[in-house]
Design a protein around this ligand. Structure first.
Ligand code: PDD
Length: 288
């Protein structure tokens, strides 16, 4: 199957898709991205992702490269040209190409790149039996609410997780607060039975899946507390899980050396997995 990518107005064979060496994304990680899943050619929560993209750009004072409407047209074209029914779409916007100098260049057009890849759904055994995570120091910058392409700290944490044969790394601040995962949001069901996740602030990315799952949880009568939790609370938690566009809702059964609950996915996590599956089905017609 031919893989086609979009680069600044052109649809190109993926192996020919390239940006200039003086693109500020390459030089300074001066840009942002989004990852959107699609099923049956339909974007899952496309509007929410594009709204977050617009917000990330606004925070960095990078102009929108094209309108949201035009972006929808490009996305539809690109998905059709890649002839994939289910998959993932990366959208990346940088401040553009300019002579290397730290301050914003003048009269530079932002660069827009989109690529399509195979759907990144979790493995069946991960969905059923849950996954292990490690903890790692949160060494990221102070604006994690922006979906920046500057991901070096996340790369290092995810590498450490892989080396320990675990799925994810939970990032921990100096005060032992768990902020989020290297590539996902983090949750526990506390001893008291409430669903706890870090509040939306500059320490975490406002996950689109997070938003949906919290809405579904509240609707189902689950008590939700958007407050920080620390590694001590994790050890005493009844359940734990992660969410992201590629993980959906994934039970966490072990954090470092400590089993969570009885080491099996808990009932609230199971309930949320089912609610999310139904949510995706209703929107895209695909049963995950
Ligand atoms: N991860 N936090 C971080 C640091 C992330 O990179 C992501 C997304 C999330 C979850 O956001 P969302 O629910 O909008 O995908 C939280 C990538 C893109 C992924 O694995 O899907």
């Amino acid at each position: 199957m031919a893989r086609i990518s979009y680069v600044n107005g052109q649809y190109l064979p993926h192996h020919e898709a390239a940006v200039h060496v003086e693109d500020r994304g390459y030089q300074f990680a001066d840009g942002i991205y989004e990852y959107i899943a699609f099923y049956n050619h339909t974007l899952l929560d496309g509007d929410a992702h594009l709204k977050r993209l617009e917000r990330s750009l606004g925070e960095l004072r990078i102009p929108m490269p094209v309108s949201i409407r035009a972006m929808h047209v490009i996305i539809r074209q690109l998905i059709a040209r890649n002839s994939r029914i289910d998959g993932g779409l990366y959208i990346q916007v940088t401040r553009g190409v300019a002579r290397r100098d730290h301050p914003f260049p003048r009269n530079t057009k932002p660069a827009l790149v989109m690529t399509v890849c195979a759907a990144k759904t979790p493995k069946e055994h991960e969905v059923k039996d849950g996954v292990k995570v490690i903890t790692a120091p949160d060494i990221r910058w102070g604006r994690c609410d922006i979906k920046s392409i500057s991901l070096l700290a996340n790369v290092l944490a995810k590498q450490a997780a892989g080396e320990k044969h675990t799925r994810e790394a939970w990032l921990v601040g100096d005060d032992r607060t768990v902020t989020e995962g290297a590539v996902s949001n983090a949750y526990i069901i506390s001893k008291e039975g409430e669903l706890v996740t870090h509040p939306l602030d500059e320490h975490v990315l406002g996950g689109i899946t997070r938003d949906v799952v919290l809405r579904l949880a509240r609707k189902a009568g689950i008590t939700v507390a958007e407050r920080s939790f620390n590694t001590v609370e994790v050890k005493n938690a009844r359940e734990a899980f992660i969410t992201s566009t590629s993980a959906n809702v994934l039970p966490v059964i072990k954090v470092d050396d400590k089993l969570i609950g009885n080491g099996k996915p808990g009932p609230i996590t199971r309930q949320l997995q089912e609610l999310y599956r139904t949510y995706v089905f209703k929107q895209t017609g695909r049963m995950l």
